[in-house]
Design a protein. Sequence first.
Length: 346
Amino acid sequence: MSVCTCFLLSLLSPGLELLIIGTSIFCQPYVGLNKDFKSMLSEHAEFKALTLKDIIKASDGTRKILFTLDDGLVIETVIIPCDRGRNTVCVSSQVGCAMNCQFCYTGRMGLTRHLTAAEIVEQAVYARRLFSSEVGSISNVVFMGMGEPFHNIESVIQAADIMVHDQGLHFSPRKVTVSTSGLVPQLKRFLRESNCALAVSLNATTDEVRNWVMPINRKYNLSLLLQTLREELRSKHNYKVLFEYVMLAGVNDSLEDARRLIDLVQGIPCKVNLISFNPHCGSQFKPTSEEKIIEFRNILAEAGCIVFLRPSRGDDQMAACGQLGKPGQVQAPLLRVPAKFQSALT
Ligand SMILES: *[C@@H]1O[C@H](CO)[C@@H](O)[C@H](O)[C@H]1NC(C)=O
Ligand SMILES: *[C@@H]1O[C@H](CO)[C@@H](O)[C@H](O)[C@H]1NC(C)=O
Ligand SMILES: CC(=O)N[C@H]1CO[C@H](CO)[C@@H](O)[C@@H]1O
Ligand code: SF4
């Protein structure tokens, strides 16, 4: 099969007759899609796997798009505009999520089903179409919407391939980031099969805390996770993993945590993103103060870590990554709060 047929077939979803015709007419082996045909497709081809349901705009410009799937389920895609033309689309990979991270709204919904590669790719296609006139072009894709991408690894690798393929969406692999809570075997596979960027949510510096806030840690603990990264990254050139660390007041934001974090990531080519927590209804956590985040950042920076602060965006419409889902749905039970942290929560 020619590459371009592969691409089109993998995008195939009910209603894409136009693309099938395109495949047979224009896709001779070694010949890419005709330019006019491509622009005709981008204006007129219909993607029926997703039906636009609603667009909610937050005051900071973040937009949450709700899509209805063929089976009536609803997923969410977030567009985060940034100055300097760096607009990011945050795509979902599952309806709900099975990981039950304690700070996460989606996690509380439980998992309903995996998305297909087509359903994932179309979120980015749609985002591009809907917003290129309003916010400028979409330059980055992050798999940080609903779901644990590596729990749905087959479709996610396929979708990421299409996003970077020159016959697909043609993003730079460095600008397509798959984010995981730390499924170790799948993470290994991803690093070997894909060239896209990887983000790992650390969110804690001890197994005690991580076992609680991210229960997946009970299966794949911190030392296993970090050792795997240390080993796998040796064979990747110019590749840095991004560690996400959400600052939770009184839970993981002490200066000892900063020092422990430095030790943990020793020997792993990486960047660290410190994220201020987005309080939402139903959450027991509180955000760390800005001064404390800066102090934490400075400790990492002085030790030579590449570290960024990321403010949360889209709060007012519940459109920030990590808190997608329908308020009021049935929720997974929260885990028991370890005694030493009870005073940190309200
Ligand atoms: C931690 O991990 C999740 C999921 O991988 C990420 O989306 C989230 O922002 C992080 N939050 C916290 C508090 O750990
Ligand atoms: C982490 O997990 C590995 C593999 O399951 C195990 O051998 C190791 O003892 C664990 N480490 C800690 C600190 O629990
Ligand atoms: C690992 C751990 O226990 N971390 C700390 C997180 O931050 C709070 C205070 O800011 C400490 O009390 C915790 O011990
Ligand atoms: S933070 Fe990510 S992995 Fe964790 S429950 Fe939420 S969606 Fe799932």
